[in-house]
Write a protein that binds this ligand. Sequence first.
Ligand SMILES: [Fe+2]
Length: 170
Amino acid sequence: ELGYDQRTAELARIAGIMHDIGNVINRTDHAQSGAVMAFRLLDKLSMPAEEICSIVSAIGNHDEATAQPLDPISAALIIADKTDVRRSRVRNDDLLTFDIHDRVNYAVEHADLAFSPDKSTLLLDLQIDTKLSSVLEYFEIFLERMLLCKRACTFFDVRFSMLVNGTSVL
Ligand SMILES: [Fe+2]
């Protein structure tokens, strides 16, 4: 939607599909281990070095503890990953054993991410069932991620904005 060429968009999609593969080793430092794993896989597929660099640096820079938007692909991956909150992410079907992450994701009944018509703003519009999770709980988990989205949007010269239950919060 921002006018990047098809291949750049495809590289961002590949980074999106591969970005969490490091979790097969451990959740801790999964961004960095995933980047190393992706390098081996993409190198074996003979992807051009420049494209591999872009994808592995996006994967290695997607975890909020160490994330940096470095190029359009890493910035897009950050925005896609960190705005991905929704009920269907919760695999645990036992509500009694929900942790805060399960509860917050489960409480999100509707999530929509869209540009304003002039593409100056990217709006994350969330509908949260506050009987399941308070808005404060959402931000306990997602504040850092939302600020990272804001930084990644700055890379595109786009304003990041957020509505929760119809109220502007960012
Ligand atoms: Fe991740």
